[in-house]
Design a protein around this ligand. Structure first.
Ligand SMILES: C=C(O[C@@H]1C=C(C(=O)O)C=C[C@H]1O)C(=O)O
Length: 216
């Protein structure tokens, strides 16, 4: 999959912003949805269709179906793992997100954006979306900086939908995430107790550098 895919928001080579201190400079910003940049939609493809463009080490990460949190903790070894909550609240899903959840894209949804950090370095940024009408009793807003995955993977009735992958850049409410240097993105819908939760995860160059993974 070429990085210059014209249907993507930006080619990966456009990204020169690093995710050091400035990424976290503003914690928990107030995000309004009055301004929506003219992004085009990312191209999501079944993960198997993207495999030819992906190195074997990246395939191990992108196509894995168990908890990414658990994998990151293991890969980080002695280094501390942390979920950083960047944005959480009610907002409009993007059109492709609404389609993935089978809801109208002008319906408000619950949004959560985090950075999954090893040694304070963001390795993955994730944006999760759930229909507001399905949230009763789930108390997802109480998760705070505990990992959504740690909670999800404890649910005995959890079903994970097919994984899709993309080389497009993230589109988050938290502005710095849109400049994040992402190598691969993936998404899937989790089902649990009447709740559908779309989880989108973008693997960043920080992770590739720290784990000496190839550039694609
Ligand atoms: C879905 C998982 O949860 C991770 C934790 C998230 C969070 O806390 O918001 C979001 C995406 C994930 O990468 C997982 O561990 O597999």
């Amino acid at each position: 999959m070429p990085s210059s895919n014209s249907r993507c928001n930006k080619s990966l080579s456009d990204h020169h912003v690093t995710l050091a201190a400035p990424f976290f400079a503003r914690e928990y910003p107030v995000v309004t949805y009055s301004f929506r940049p003219a992004y085009t939609f990312p191209v999501w493809q079944p993960v198997a269709a993207v495999r030819p463009a992906m190195s074997a080490p990246w395939w191990q990460w992108v196509a894995s179906t168990d908890s990414l949190t658990a994998r990151l903790i293991k890969a980080g070894g002695e280094r501390p793992f942390r979920v950083r909550l960047l944005h959480q609240g009610v907002g409009m899903p993007w059109k492709d997100e609404a389609q993935a959840l089978n809801i109208g894209h002008r319906r408000y949804a619950w949004l959560r954006e985090v950075a999954l950090c090893v040694d304070e370095s963001p390795w993955v940024v994730a944006r999760s979306v759930a229909p507001l009408t399905q949230l009763q009793g789930q108390h997802l807003d109480r998760l705070g900086e505990r990992s959504l995955g740690s909670w999800l993977f404890q649910q005995p009735d959890l079903v994970r939908g097919p994984l899709e992958a993309s080389a497009c850049a993230p589109r988050f409410a938290y502005p710095a995430c849109n400049n994040a240097q992402s190598l691969w993105g993936r998404r899937s819908v989790f089902q649990h107790g009447g709740l559908s939760l779309l989880v989108q995860e973008y693997f960043l160059t920080n992770m590739a550098d720290d784990l000496r993974l190839p550039s694609r």
